[in-house]
Design a protein around this ligand. Structure first.
Ligand code: GLC
Length: 563
């Protein structure tokens, strides 16, 4: 076990690896990754040097939204395995010294959930309907939606059920929003938290944590603007980041504290940075995703601001912050860094447009993207707080931009129409390549020789990034991740000291900071965004993301120097 994981508050400085189970490793050959697949690859994960595995949803689900449409919160999807498989996976992770984090989706259930079926059957005004957000439609016979709210995935956020009532779905039509004003909902989620904690889960990732509390009654629904902006804070937003949401998490904290060590949770809350810390406070979830790094385009000032904001949020919450470069909801970062760089406010659109045109509109400079991804990783790993990695980033995978429309699975793509819309998030969810040469044509994603096709098509170029190829080449991204994670653990996490000081004197194209490190020494992390190489401080260069140029740090590179 890593020194970090021996601490009760291990999650404050952990490296957490996100597994998107359907695309990780397929043990049974049905073309979908599964829980056994995770167990079979536990050795790979241990060697990588992570502290914890976070699994995206593996519950029974019609898979309208990659499993974020949950039909039963306390079971495993039969296509992904059984509860016994989960127990075995958890035991194997613990045995290997790693923690397990599971995903909780409390804002909405699948419309296949038994509660939703009961709500439809029971009709207007019933206690069954009160667990969801049903409202009468407007117009003579309720033929118009209660108001003009839009779903995050496109189209209206209300769906009629044929008896004059409509239900709210902030995401896909098949994801009905729960009513957190209803006590059954509270009780059921506490039961779910205990269920997985009892089975060995060490923590939870809370999906769209900022949406649970809603105000639908303080004024007529039709008076709200059509598009309450997610980023806008305040009591005046009926849907997002309402103050009452924190009462729910204070209630959950009581449940987490029933366990030894206390469980923790990390909130996915897309709120203004000034509000983030509340979700993380010790009487609530403990941690919140800080997406600042993943939002930054490749400019020194954007990364510096991102780091400053993350550190400030950590201080405010009395917890630690988190650092994220990629996850299952965004284009992979080596691709983001390989495309032309414009300010982050417009870079997201540039990447979205590029994807929409199957990756043809701009040149993706992969060598540059890889170089920057290596530099970004070291810059990130040196920071105090937890780092969340996304499966495949240790292989340096790029976004798959040219998945044919007919093969896409993401509701973001399917709820919009070709040409005017977005292609969605499938490009970062393509099944991992484990073997470069594999006659059965899925880069070793499925264990059995005879198997179904992988659920999303893999491009030819995945061969270069296959695990076996990278294993055999110590200059690969995989080995770079292993070395960097090992050093973070040995030099930084082991000390338990979370302080950071900016190192001055390098100019505005460099990000340099100092951390106390093992042996009473100091580690300086230096990242050079500028054209000219920069001189490094005196000391031993223990790791560098690129070759030094006559002892100096070249552009788009990070070095760790210890003295
Ligand atoms: C979160 C998940 C995303 C999902 C959405 C709705 O943002 O990360 O994948 O589509 O919630 O559940």
């Amino acid at each position: 076990m890593t020194a970090n994981n021996e601490r009760a508050d291990w999650w404050k400085q952990a490296v957490v690896y996100q597994v998107y189970p359907r695309s990780f490793y397929d043990a049974n050959g049905d073309g979908l990754g599964d829980i056994k697949g995770v167990t079979e690859r536990m050795g790979y994960l241990r060697e990588l040097g992570i502290d914890a595995i976070w699994l995206s949803p593996f519950y029974p689900s019609p898979l309208v939204d990659g499993g974020y449409d949950v039909a039963d919160y306390r079971d495993v999807d039969p296509r992904l395995g059984t509860l016994e498989d989960f127990d075995a996976m958890c035991a194997a992770a613990h045995e290997a010294g790693m923690k397990v984090v599971v995903d909780i989706v409390p804002n909405h259930t699948s419309t296949e959930h038994e509660w939703f079926r009961a709500a439809l059957a029971a009709g207007p005004g019933s206690p069954e309907r009160d667990r969801y957000v049903f409202r009468p439609g407007r117009g003579e016979n309720g033929e118009l939606p209660p108001n003009g709210w839009k779903s995050t995935f496109g189209g209206p956020a209300w769906e009629p059920v044929g008896d004059g009532e409509w239900y709210l779905h902030l995401f896909a039509v098949e994801q009905a929003d729960l009513n957190w004003g209803n006590p059954d909902v509270h009780e059921d989620f506490k039961k779910t938290l205990r269920f997985w904690s009892d089975r060995g889960a060490d923590g939870f990732r809370i999906d769209v944590a900022h949406a649970l509390a809603k105000d639908l009654d303080s004024r007529p629904l039709a008076d709200w603007p059509d598009d309450p902006d997610q980023g806008e804070p305040g009591d005046d937003n009926p849907l997002w980041d309402r103050p009452e949401v924190h009462e729910i998490y204070r209630e959950w904290r009581q449940v987490f504290n029933e366990y030894e060590p206390a469980r923790f949770a990390v909130a996915e809350a897309w709120v203004v940075p000034e509000h983030q810390w509340m979700y993380a406070s010790p009487d609530e979830l403990g941690q919140v995703f800080n997406f600042q790094l993943s939002n930054a385009a490749w400019f020194a000032d954007e990364f510096r601001t991102a780091i400053e904001k993350g550190l400030a949020a950590a201080e405010q919450s009395g917890s630690t912050t988190t650092w994220v470069l990629s996850n299952h909801d965004m284009p992979r970062h080596p691709t983001r860094f390989a495309l032309p760089q414009v300010r982050s406010s417009v870079h997201h659109q540039l990447v979205t447009d590029w994807l929409l045109r199957d990756g043809r509109t701009y040149h993706e400079d992969r060598e540059l993207g890889t170089r920057r991804a290596r530099a970004a990783l070291l810059m990130e790993l040196g920071l105090p707080g937890s780092v969340y990695l996304y499966q495949g980033e240790e292989l340096g995978l790029f976004e798959v931009a040219d998945i044919p429309w007919g093969a896409l699975e993401d509701p973001q793509a399917l709820m919009t129409t070709h040409g005017d819309a977005i292609k969605g998030r499938d490009g970062c969810r393509v099944p991992l390549p484990w073997r470069a040469v594999d006659e059965s044509g899925d880069f070793g994603f499925s264990a059995p020789v005879e198997h179904e096709a992988a659920h999303l098509p893999q491009p030819e170029w995945f061969a270069q990034f296959a695990v076996d190829v990278e294993e055999a080449n110590t200059a690969s991204m995989l080995w770079f991740y292993r070395r960097a994670l090992g050093m973070r653990s040995e030099l930084l996490t082991a000390t338990g000291d979370t302080s950071l000081a900016w190192a001055g004197g390098y100019g505005d194209q460099v990000i340099a900071y100092e951390r106390p490190c093992a042996g009473g020494r100091t580690l300086t992390s230096v990242t050079n965004f500028g054209e000219g190489p920069v001189a490094l401080p005196a000391g031993e260069v223990v790791l560098c993301s690129s070759e030094l140029l006559a002892g100096r740090l070249p552009q788009d590179a990070t070095a760790w120097v210890v003295r």
